[in-house]
Design a protein around this ligand. Structure first.
Ligand code: OSB
Ligand code: MG
Length: 368
């Protein structure tokens, strides 16, 4: 296969409601979309960058630059046996996983469409029904948090994750446990604590969390190991795992018991599957993380989540939780049992709404 053309575009999309984490508050997303032509078939993907370098060092500007000036020249005019060859071809660029992941996943979609098979089957997925959870941002009050959680449970979601930070942690968790004693509950701190907080984090054992996600620094496996050594709460790593090497080190160090896999953070489906297989071989369960994706990124998350070791509910939820009108047809829907059914249609199985996307576009560049 040969990559003929990449169209980069930025669209702006307002969230249904603002999303607040320990590091930022997002009202509107600047989304980087890729449409890649592979032997005449179009594949779509989203590079899951933010506008600011707060979750990772990448931004929409760095990703645009790296895609146009480095990644595109590395693949243009070259023959590939399959999308599985793209990741290796980009290895000379260090880091910039979200830029790479955008390109790589768009080629997977194109290949699946060309072969007229669902992407999830091409990736080797085995579960057509995936379990779903929700990520609930920091709320203005405990009362609003309890209402938000109640609504998501009523909708069927199988696991509740709340965002925490110093000053918004034990109190909301205690209130949730009092109101909902038996739900599957977890907390994500996005690196907001330091090693001196370890005794405080250990005290969360009383909330019987399914896991505590990324409490400590984004580049500090050792600190997470210090915490995991002394707490019975399973630690889950997100920001600390940009690739296979860090996953292996985390497992060997016993820095965590669970890993969150994000396609952007690890540079696409091929890299994600390698980490997935490594974790499976070490009995480390994984789940699919989210980056407030539009339907285009969400569709790739669904395909990835069908791999066998994605055994825990992911942050893969319905389009309507984020967008008044999603940019794919059909929108992503979640069953009353809190599952998403991976479609039998070719590629991701969700069609980009081209007219809507065109209307939302603020910038576009064709590389050919
Ligand atoms: O850490 O998982 C995270 C959103 C933006 C940046 C980081 C994270 C998140 C979420 C939201 O938790 C997950 C979603 O897309 O629903
Ligand atoms: Mg996280």
């Amino acid at each position: 296969m040969k990559i003929d053309q990449i169209t980069l575009r930025e669209i702006r999309m307002r969230l249904v409601k603002p999303f607040e984490t320990s590091f930022d508050r997002t009202d509107e997303r600047r989304v980087l979309l890729l449409e890649t032509m592979v032997d005449g078939a179009a594949g779509w993907a989203e590079a899951t960058v933010d506008a600011d370098p707060f979750y990772s060092y990448e931004t929409i500007e760095t990703a645009w630059h790296i895609l146009r000036d480095f990644l595109w020249p590395m693949v243009r005019g070259k023959e590939f046996a399959s999308a599985g060859g793209i990741w290796g071809a980009l290895a000379r660029v260090r880091g910039h996983n979200m830029a790479k992941g955008g390109l790589e996943t768009s080629v997977w979609d194109a290949e699946a469409r060309q072969k007229n098979v669902p992407l999830w089957r091409l990736l080797g997925g085995t579960r057509q029904e995936i379990p779903c959870g929700v990520s609930i941002g920091i709320q203005p009050s405990i009362a609003e948090l309890l209402d938000a959680v109640g609504e998501e449970l009523a909708a069927g979601y199988q696991r509740i994750k709340i965002k925490i930070k110093p000053g918004w942690d034990a109190e909301p968790l205690a209130a949730l446990r009092e109101r909902f004693p038996r739900i599957r509950l977890m907390a994500d701190a996005n690196c907001a604590y330091t090693q001196k907080d370890i005794p405080h984090l250990k005290s969360f054992e009383r909330f019987f969390l399914m896991m505590l996600e990324q409490p400590l620094a984004y580049d500090d496996l050792y600190a997470h190991r210090e915490l995991q050594k002394i707490t019975s709460t399973p630690i889950c790593l997100d920001e600390c795992i940009p690739g296979f090497a860090q996953a292996r080190a985390a497992i060997e160090l016993e820095a965590c018991k669970i890993i969150n896999i994000k396609l952007g953070r690890v540079a696409g489906h091929t890299a994600a599957r390698r980490i997935h297989d490594l974790c499976r071989d070490h009995s480390i369960p994984v789940w699919c993380g989210g980056m407030l994706e539009t339907g285009i990124g969400r569709a790739h998350n669904i395909a990835m989540s069908t791999l066998e070791n994605f055994s825990l509910p992911g942050d893969v939820s319905a389009s309507k939780r984020y967008w008044r009108e999603d940019i794919i047809d059909p929108a992503v829907e979640v069953s009353p049992q809190g599952t998403i059914h991976a479609p039998e249609r070719p590629g991701t199985g969700y069609e980009p709404k081209r007219e809507l996307i065109e209307r939302l576009t603020v910038r576009k560049e064709v590389l050919s």
